[in-house]
Design a protein around this ligand. Structure first.
Ligand SMILES: [Ca+2]
Length: 155
C-alpha cells in the first residue's frame, strides 16, 4: 500500500515536471545580443588639408575690398564610431564682424568615418582688420563647443 502511494507521488511528480517543461517550451523568447561598446563621435575641422584645433585661428589673409569676396571651403570630419550630431541653430554660427558669413551650411548628422563641408565668405568693404568667431555645437565628448577665430585684412 505504501509503495503504491509512493509510486503515485512519483508519477504525479514526473507529470508535473513534464507539464512545466511543455509550458516553458511554449515560452519562446528572442535572445538579443546587443553591441554594448560605447559609440562616440570625434570632430575635426580641416581647411586646405590642415586641421584647425578648437581655440585656433584661420586667416583669410589680404582681400581687396574693391574686388569680390574670398570664399573658403572647410571640412568637418568625424573619425569616431558613432554619428556626429551638430546641435547649433544654425549648425555653424558666426559672431563678430559681419564681413564673415556662412555661405553654405553642413548637414547633420555626419556618420562615423564621414565628412561634410561648409563655405565661409569674407567680404571686406573697406581696408582694415576683421575678426569673426565661428562655433560648431556638436556631440563630441570633449569638443562639444568647437570654436575658432577667423581673421582677414581688407586692403
Ligand atoms: Ca574629441
Amino acid at each position: 500500500m505504501e509503495r503504491r502511494i509512493k509510486k503515485y507521488f512519483i508519477y504525479i511528480f514526473i507529470l508535473i515536471t513534464l507539464l512545466l517543461a511543455v509550458i516553458s517550451c511554449d515560452d519562446i523568447g528572442t535572445l538579443i545580443i546587443a553591441d554594448n561598446s560605447e559609440k562616440y563621435s570625434e570632430i575635426n575641422v580641416i581647411i586646405d588639408g590642415v586641421s584647425i584645433s578648437s581655440g585656433g585661428n584661420y586667416s583669410f589673409g589680404d582681400v581687396a575690398a574693391a574686388s569680390g569676396p574670398a570664399t573658403k571651403t572647410f571640412t568637418i570630419e568625424n573619425s569616431g564610431t558613432g554619428d556626429l550630431t551638430l546641435k547649433g541653430v544654425p549648425f555653424v554660427s558666426l559672431s563678430g564682424n559681419t564681413e564673415f558669413y556662412v555661405q553654405t551650411q553642413p548637414s547633420s548628422p555626419i556618420p562615423a568615418g564621414g565628412s561634410d563641408t561648409f563655405i565661409i565668405r569674407f567680404d571686406p568693404n573697406a581696408s582694415g582688420t576683421y575678426i569673426g568667431i565661428l562655433i560648431i555645437e556638436n556631440n563630441d565628448a570633449d569638443e562639444g563647443g568647437y570654436s575658432f577665430s577667423l581673421t582677414g585684412n581688407g586692403t
